[in-house]
Design a protein around this ligand. Structure first.
Ligand SMILES: Cc1ncc(COP(=O)(O)O)c(C=O)c1O
Length: 392
């Protein structure tokens, strides 16, 4: 081997080394797009599913599988598939489970990107979409037809924190033979496991709470093995595979998820209480408030709290939001994502939901004065004090 040219040795460096000794405590990062096989038979056994192994990145890889096993375990799912982003997860669900001529029913109180995919892309593929109020069971039941393949809701909606009754929706979907998929990005399996409440699938945007540190991109879908198998195939076909490094980082984040969700819940509860009593604030949307419109569902589904998300309306409208953002930065920055360990905020009307026309924003209660706050894991009194002086 050592008699070969340095260029040859450089090109082959590491390819045939075997890890020795005890396994690493943190799973190794397999940042490779392909694996090397000694002969055709062993490659074919893996391709045919007879042997365990990985072949080519897009088909799935070690770090993706480690993350998938961990999330499936937390969600109580038979299987999970990781994807390049949350939107790739939704694309995988739809392309795997809905055919041209099919129909999707979705809560209109969903993330703006979800709405864009549903309202812009699916109709072009010949898939009809009906938007409903996911908290109005009669509205949902009315919308289902013999062509309906999917019912989609968010466990906690973005940004007005509505809380659909998952067990009731699951019963309606099951009676109609419709797959029920829940975006649980805001809730996480630390607080809610939608599959235990009758959902067929649960999916997440990883850069939010699962990753937790605004560093790893990705998405993941967990649920029944037959459904996840079909979604995995679609994800491989469209090439929406999660990268190994993002999967590796997401796993590190996942390890502290329950701990973080307790701290996020504690912070958001304190901040919501403070904002509810502030004269500059006309409305607070937080599922933990006793005056929340779905308080009974919250008590039933979220015994351990509802996490760090809340939104509130400023009496002074957009100019007041602008002023608040200037005063809060850089301690609490305007940052168009959520679920970081540090507190951040967005103006949904002009960021997450900017693709929606004004009449849709009005129906959703996304006013010009609405601020969405993602409360981090800092000491709650500090966040309250910062908000207090900025609002003064
Ligand atoms: C609730 C929710 N679902 C899905 C998504 C989409 O995920 P991603 O940005 O990872 O594609 C987002 C993104 O902000 C979100 O907030």
């Amino acid at each position: 081997m050592t008699s070969t040219h340095p260029a040859t040795r450089a090109a082959r460096a590491g390819t045939h080394t075997r890890p020795g000794g005890a396994p690493p405590l943190v799973p190794a990062l397999h940042q490779t797009t392909v694996h090397a096989y000694p002969d055709l038979a062993s490659l074919h056994r893996v391709l045919d599913g007879e042997d365990h192994g990985n072949v080519y990145y897009r088909f799935g890889h070690h770090n993706g599988h480690v993350l998938e096993e961990a999330v499936a375990d937390l969600e109580g799912a038979a299987d999970a598939v990781s994807t390049a982003s949350g939107m790739a997860a939704l694309t995988g669900i739809v392309t795997a489970l809905v055919e041209t001529g099919g129909h999707v029913v979705a809560d209109r109180n969903a993330y703006g990107g979800t709405r864009s995919l549903l309202e812009t892309d699916l109709p072009r593929l010949g898939i009809d979409v009906t938007l409903v109020d996911g908290t109005d069971l009669a509205d949902v039941a009315r919308a289902l037809t013999s062509r309906t393949r999917l019912l989609l809701v968010e466990a906690l909606t973005n940004p007005t924190m509505r809380v659909p009754d998952l067990p009731a929706l699951a019963r309606i979907a099951a009676a109609a033979g419709v797959t029920f998929a829940v975006d649980s990005t805001f809730a996480t399996p630390a607080l809610l496991r939608p599959l235990e409440h009758g959902a067929d699938l649960v999916w997440h945007s990883i850069p939010k709470y699962l990753g937790g540190h605004s560093a790893a991109m990705g998405g993941i879908v967990a649920g029944r093995a037959d459904l996840v198998g079909r979604i995995r195939q679609s994800v491989v076909h469209v090439g929406a595979t999660l990268g190994p490094f993002d999967a590796w980082m997401a796993l590190l984040g996942l390890k502290t998820l329950p701990l973080r969700m307790r701290a996020h819940t504690r912070g958001a509860t304190a901040v919501a209480g403070f904002l509810a009593g502030h004269p500059a604030v006309t409305r607070v949307h937080h599922p933990g408030r006793p005056d929340h419109p779905h308080a009974e569902v919250v008590t039933r589904l979220f015994p351990g709290g509802t996490g760090g998300m809340l939104s509130f309306e400023l009496a002074g409208g957009r100019p007041a939001v602008d002023e608040l953002i200037r005063r809060l930065g850089p301690a609490i920055p305007l940052s168009p994502s959520l679920a970081d360990v540090a507190t951040t905020l967005v103006h949904p009307a002009t960021t997450t939901h900017r693709s929606l026309p004004p009449e849709d924003l009005e129906v959703l209660g996304i006013t010009d004065g609405l601020v969405r706050l993602s409360v981090g894991i800092e000491e709650p009194a500090d966040v309250v004090a910062e908000l207090g002086s900025a609002l003064a």
